[in-house]
Design a protein around this ligand. Sequence first.
Ligand SMILES: [Zn+2]
Length: 212
Amino acid sequence: MLCLLFLSVNGIVILTQKVFKMTLGKNAPLERLGLRYLAALRRELLLDLANLPDDRCAPFRRRYRALLGLPDSDARLLRYRDQLRHLWVNIHDASLARWVEDVHESRERVWLLGYLRGAPYVNPNYFLFPLALSFGATELTAKMAVCANPKCPEPYFLKNRGTQRFCDRRACLAYGQRQHKLRWWQKHEAEQLKAKKAKKRKKPRRRRERRA
Ligand SMILES: [Zn+2]
């Protein structure tokens, strides 16, 4: 089976041909498939971290155990989450510079030398937690949005359209439609009532005309 190995100091992640086909199609060059797969992982990582509830740190760490430099303590992990939430609404927030500092201070390797079909290549270590976050935040900036439904359980989402205000959750879309109708009514209330009154006034006149 065709595989691509990403080696890191503590972990090995194997991306199989099956996963490539599932997520990316069959004909893209292998190098590009690997990078796109990693971009998809970063996307998941950012969404999961931004929406992480205080009491779900352990399952998050289990899911992303292949990452290096993942904080051991819940408090540090939640600090990363809060920094990401700041960046989600303002990419100029100082959190991004802090993550890059964390990369510099990390004892893990930042650059990796690999071989693909016998040819060497050098890539950033995308499995380094603060580096994965930094890449993810900057490449997804334009899509980051916060769902306008105040009751949304996972409000940090990636929008598909520039004007999208609600995430794709059914309850949030329904809430958005209700809000839209309400705003429309508030805007047109006066003219609607005026039109209704005018209609009422016309009816008796027609009855009088018929009697005559
Ligand atoms: Zn929502």
